[in-house]
Design a protein around this ligand. Structure first.
Ligand code: CA2
Length: 143
């Protein structure tokens, strides 16, 4: 068997990375993050972003067909979407939940992720560097 495909899924407003609030989310754009991930990937990589919750759920369903592992930054859905949690629970491979910022050090509205119980691992607070770290790590989690 070849190297499994990895799907990296990004939630709402992350298309604005590098353009707004760099003091929280850094100066790196999502396109630059994608390029960092492609450099770290050993096999096929799907890298996507959506501002629409139903589209994110469809992307998770698509990952069930073709991904060995999922890396997801659910962004604002982390704190309110049971639907995304439910979709992730149907995925049989490893899931890394990723946040650029350390959500545990933030205000109460950004502190408690509903997604984490569906995740195999959580990375938070490494900024853009967390993405290639997650890519490297997920291959070790895939059986
Ligand atoms: O730190 C992260 O990666 C977050 O998932 C980002 C979310 C936030 O709600 C989470 O608490 C932590 C927000 C993403 C918004 O992205 C923006 C990017 C540029 C400018 C403004 C927002």
């Amino acid at each position: 068997m070849g190297v499994p495909a990895i799907h990296i899924l990004n939630g709402p407003n992350l298309d604005l990375l590098g353009q707004r609030e760099p003091h929280i989310y850094g100066h790196t754009t999502l396109a630059e993050i994608e390029s960092m991930c492609r450099d770290a990937a050993r096999g096929d990589l799907v890298f996507a972003q959506t501002n629409t919750e139903s589209e994110m759920i469809d992307m998770i369903h698509a990952a069930r067909e073709s991904a060995g592992g999922i890396i997801i930054n659910p962004a604002g859905w982390s704190f309110r979407s049971i639907a995304i949690f439910d979709a992730l629970r149907t995925f049989e491979g490893p899931i890394i939940e990723l946040h650029l910022s350390n959500i545990h050090a933030r205000d109460p509205a950004h502190r408690h992720s509903l997604i984490s119980p569906a995740a195999t691992a959580v990375i938070a607070g490494l900024g853009a560097a967390g993405y290639p770290v997650a890519v490297q790590a997920i291959y070790g989690l895939i059986r």
